[in-house]
Design a protein around this ligand. Structure first.
Ligand code: 5GP
Length: 206
């Protein structure tokens, strides 16, 4: 059986990764979503185990020490990380999984899973990004400033990604991502691997 795809959707905070992912959940119900762990406090309306696994710093550090994180990053004063087991079990069962994570973490995943599909979600412009971060109304000015500084640095790292998707309009961005996933499933390497496996099985039976 072919393994599932590990899809990493990354890009600066405020670019709309969360919104795009929520819409993808409706459009691509077959796609599995990785729930991250974080030490940041829940925002209003967020639920433990659904939006994030909310952890203390001690709990998070313990997960890192046990090797339970596929990647983790410290971002604007808090830890964020992807629990490893769930991701590995999902792709080994042949299902596709999507990780919605920031850029440092995405680059770490690339070291472990270079065969992953790395998609960078771009804001139409830095001005639009600032409006989106400010408009959310949940962050202090200091946090907005540090998120903008980090965002400018992150956009420079786009060269390490396979695809760039501009989030000018959510429907259009989701459509582009769906097309990427379809194309990745048609890669010849996936067919060659399963062809080699079935030829091997056939020759063992003969
Ligand atoms: P927020 O606090 O707005 O929910 O997330 C802040 C940033 O952390 C976002 O860019 C989000 O994509 C990223 N993030 C969420 N989960 C993870 C994770 O598991 N690993 C990493 N490296 N970043 C994450």
């Amino acid at each position: 059986m072919n393994k599932g795809l590990l899809i990493v959707l990354s890009g600066p905070s405020g670019v709309g990764k969360g919104t795009v992912c929520s819409m993808l959940r409706h459009k691509m119900p077959e796609l599995v979503y990785s729930v991250s762990a974080t030490t940041r406090l829940p925002r209003q309306g967020e639920t433990d185990g659904i939006n994030y696994f909310f952890k203390s710093r001690e709990q998070f550090q313990d997960m890192i020490a046990r090797g339970a994180m596929l990647e983790h990053a410290e971002y604007v004063g808090n830890y964020y990380g992807t629990p490893r087991d769930f991701v590995e079990q999902t792709i080994n069962s042949g299902k596709d999984i999507i990780l919605e994570i920031e850029v440092q973490g995405a680059l770490k995943v690339k070291e472990t899973f270079p065969q992953g599909v790395f998609i960078f979600l771009m804001p139409p412009s830095l001005d639009v990004l600032k409006q989106r971060i400010t408009g959310r109304g949940t962050e202090s000015q200091d946090i907005i400033d540090s998120r903008m500084t980090v965002a400018a640095e992150e956009i420079n790292l786009i060269r390490y990604y396979d695809y760039a998707v501009v989030n000018d309009e959510i429907d259009a961005a989701c459509h582009r991502i769906q097309s990427i996933v379809t194309a990745e499933h048609c890669r010849k390497e996936r067919y060659l691997a399963s062809l080699a496996e079935s030829m091997q099985t056939a020759s063992e039976k003969a």
